[in-house]
Every structure is written in structure tokens, then in C-alpha cells.
Design a protein around this ligand. Structure first.
Ligand code: FES
Ligand SMILES: [Fe+2]
Length: 437
């Protein structure tokens, strides 16, 4: 069916969302235009293209794009399309080339997108101006924040820093943990697909309610999965206190403008110890001093999700990228981050931890992915029409910067994403979004 703006707005209420939002292919098509065709979308990190001629390719919504570093050292995002007859120019996931040469008739482009040359140019009429920018691989509107590159098809979208708003704090915190003040994508990535809608993964990034059940086999007091880690004799209480009570009351979710969220971290009271950690810590102290180092190392947030496709997993030093493929099919890539300037052992440890928690066969993410598949199947049932996100309604605090906080197992994060969904899909703000105090 065709959907008017009113029809779409009626699918989302403050405390519930209609199941068709996850299952109707017509809505998915509209999302590709109105959300993925308008929002700032994460493309990659500048460290993936360290040298001139380096490139990585991806698809943003419907758009094939390439992020490349030019001979001038600048990183750009270009539409991955030949200016001649439209062939996709670069087909590898990543690489390096002096020129990006189209395989169809041989037009070649510099890594900044400008036309470098073509076979038999003399067959064009004299009036045909090959220096016209229309015959380049066209740049997409792009910008970066602390090396994280985003692009948008929208000329009307506010600049990237405005779009990220207070959520920039998550980027700052993760970069400040690196003695060199920056991170690098290193060690490849985990890639998997699941048979479910993209919003299941996004909503899960602000869900402090699910671990007690979904990840029970790993996080409960006698959880039998983490205890398989080398050197551990018994199970580790990761999400329950010594008496077996869940630690959820210590958690909560910050809801930023434009659908971005952040889960609070469990407050581990002591810093880590050990020779490697102390070496790392000393590097931070040299740079920042003792007080600031203590602040940098204090656990604050589990993650920061940037609506609609990105998540910084602060706990595991990784970035997750969510790519919608169909109404019921989604790709996830998880990129480990190296804290530049930190001892190499720290990165090796992060990789090991990430393999345990977020690889396709890990202890944690595999539980989530199975839940997404079950949601997709269950939402096809014509029983209840709504998915319910009422936890914590009416119990949200808001600071002066407009950042809202839902304590404990609040579903404020899901509500925040659904408000952003309505705004992108209809152009109008929801009436129930609370104003800042
Ligand atoms: S389509 Fe690329 S050279 Fe013809
Ligand atoms: Fe989970």
C-alpha cells in the first residue's frame, strides 16, 4: 500500500510501534529513500585509507560509494559510478590504485574523482568539454569527526558536528583513551548477515533489559561461557551481583538528539592492574596528568549508537556498522580499533575479547542475532499488532543540553530511535518527545 505521512506517523506511538514497520517491504523501500537517502551515514575511518590511492568501497542505502585518499592527502567520498555510461568503477572491497579505471571502455579517474584520461578522446565533438566536472566520479557530501568519515545525499542536512551534537562525547572518549589521541581500524573485521530488519540491531544497541535473559548463559553468576577463558577457574559475575540479583538498576540509557543513544556502563570500581596496563596508563599520565587519566579510564558508557547505522562499542574498542539489505535481511560489520600509541599487547587483548563477544560465533552477539531472527518471524504473526517499548515512560530525566536519561531498563533508546524514524519518514517531529528541562 502507499503510505501518507499521517499513515506513517500513526504506526509509531510513544510506547509502541506497529509490526509493519519491521515487516512491510513498502516501508523498507521508503526508508531507503527517506532515512538512508537523507541522513549522515558512517562510511569508514580515515585510517582505512592511509596512503594516496587507497580506497574502500561500500553501499550507503542504495548508493554505491568509495572512500578514497587523493594525491593531495585528502579523504573523499565519491559515488562509485563511471561518468561515461554508468558502470560501477571499483568492485573490490578495498585496494590501492594510481587510477580508478572503469573496465567497460577504459575511462580512468584520479583518486580524487577527476577524470585522468580515456581511450580515443578525439572521437568526441570539439565542443565536448572533458574537463567538465560532470565527467568525474562525483563527490558525495562528506565530513569527518576525529577521523570517522560520514556522508549524506542531503544538501539540506545540518553539518556533521551539529547532527552528532552531544553524542560527539562517545567519539571523544574513545579517542582520548589512545595515548596518541586517535584510533585506527586494524585487524580486519567480522562480517555477518542475519534474517531480520535493520532496526532490531539498532534497537538492541540501547537495550539494557535483554542481557539477563538473552545472554544468561554467559553473564549470570554461574555463567558457563566466560569461564572458559584461559586462566579462569570459575565463572564470572558479569551482570549479577554476588547474591544473584541483576545489576540492571545501575544502568540506563542516554538519548541524544537525532536518534543517537548511549548505554551507561556498569561502574567497575577498580582500574585494571598488571604490567601491560600500568605501562599504558603511564603513557596517558605523561600526556594528560594523573587526574585527567583517572577520568579518561573511568567506565562511563558501554557504547554510543549513531542513528541509523553505526555503533561505537566503547567497552570492546570496536565499531559496528549496520547495513540494511532487505526488509528482513541485514549485514553487520564489526571493526576492531587500535588505540594509537598504546602497547601492542592491549590491542591483542582487545581482539581476543572482541572475538569472544562479537564474532559471528561468539558468546554474546550470536544470542542477539538469534533474537533478531525470532523477532522477524514472530512479527509476521497477526496477533498483537504492536511491539511495546513502554519501559520507563514518564520516568525520564533531561539535562540542560537536552540529553535525556532513562534509568535502569528504560526503553527510552528505542523510543528515541522511533522518534527519529518518524522525523525522517514524515518530516515532522513526534508530539510525545519530551522537551529539555
Ligand atoms: S561505462 Fe565506464 S568507460 Fe564506459
Ligand atoms: Fe546483546
Amino acid at each position: 500500500m502507499g503510505y501518507s505521512a499521517d499513515d506513517l506517523a500513526a504506526l509509531v506511538r510513544e510506547d509502541r510501534v506497529h509490526r509493519s514497520v519491521y515487516t512491510d517491504p513498502a516501508i523498507f523501500e521508503l526508508e531507503l529513500d527517506r532515512i538512508f537517502g537523507r541522513a549522515w551515514l558512517f562510511v569508514g575511518h580515515e585510517s582505512q585509507v592511509p596512503n594516496p590511492g587507497d580506497y574502500v568501497t561500500t553501499t550507503l542505502g542504495r548508493q554505491p560509494v568509495v572512500m578514497a585518499r587523493g594525491w593531495d592527502g585528502l579523504v573523499r567520498v565519491l559515488y562509485n559510478r563511471c561518468a561515461h555510461r554508468g558502470a560501477k568503477v571499483l568492485t573490490e572491497e578495498r585496494g590501492n590504485a594510481r587510477q580508478f579505471r572503469c573496465s567497460y571502455h577504459g575511462w580512468a579517474f584520479h583518486p580524487d574523482g577527476t577524470l585522468a584520461g580515456l581511450p580515443l578522446p578525439e572521437d568526441y565533438p570539439a565542443s565536448f568539454d572533458l574537463s567538465d566536472p560532470a565527467y568525474a566520479m562525483m563527490p558525495m557530501r562528506h565530513a569527518s569527526y576525529r577521523g570517522f568519515v560520514f556522508a549524506t545525499q542531503s544538501a539540506a542536512a545540518p553539518d556533521l558536528e551539529t547532527h552528532l551534537g552531544q553524542a560527539r562525547i562517545g567519539f571523544d572518549e574513545v579517542c582520548d583513551r589512545a595515548p596518541a589521541g586517535t584510533i585506527e581500524f586494524a585487524g580486519g573485521c567480522h562480517r555477518y548477515e542475519y534474517a531480520g530488519n535493520w532496526k532490531h540491531q539498532m534497537e538492541n544497541l540501547a537495550d539494557t533489559y535483554h542481557p539477563i535473559a538473552c545472554h544468561e548463559s554467559t553473564v549470570k553468576k554461574d555463567g558457563y561461557q566466560f569461564q572458559r577463558r584461559t586462566g579462569e577457574a570459575g565463572g564470572q559475575a558479569k551482570f549479577f551481583d554476588q547474591s544473584g540479583k541483576p545489576l540492571v538498576p545501575l544502568l540506563g540509557v542516554w538519548a541524544f538528539a537525532n536518534g543517537h543513544n548511549s548505554e551507561a556502563s556498569l561502574p567497575f570500581h577498580e582500574e585494571q592492574t598488571g604490567e601491560v596496563f600500568m605501562r599504558y596508563r603511564a603513557l596517558l599520565v605523561t600526556k594528560h596528568g594523573e587526574a585527567r587519566t583517572r577520568e579518561i579510564l573511568k567506565p562511563k558508557r558501554h557504547n554510543l549508537s549513531v542513528y541509523p547505522t553505526m555503533d561505537i562499542i566503547v567497552l570492546q574498542n570496536a565499531v559496528r556498522v549496520i547495513r540494511p539489505l532487505a526488509v528482513d535481511r541485514t549485514e553487520v560489520k564489526v571493526y576492531p580499533m587500535r588505540l594509537m600509541g598504546a602497547p601492542g599487547e592491549i590491542f591483542a587483548d582487545h581482539i581476543r575479547f572482541l572475538n569472544q563477544t562479537h564474532s559471528a560465533s561468539s558468546f554474546i552477539q550470536s544470542d542477539d542475532v538469534e533474537s533478531f531472527r525470532r523477532c522477524q518471524e514472530g512479527l509476521l504473526a497477526e496477533g498483537p499488532e504492536w511491539s511495546v517499548v513502554a519501559r520507563g515512560v514518564g520516568r525520564e530525566a533531561s539535562d540542560q543540553a537536552g540529553v535525556r536519561f532513562g534509568e535502569r531498563s528504560s526503553e527510552i533508546g528505542q523510543r528515541n530511535q522511533h522518534a527519529a524514524w518518524v522525523k525522517y519518514m514524515t518530516g515532522a517531529a513526534v508530539s510525545w518527545e519530551p522537551a529539555p528541562l
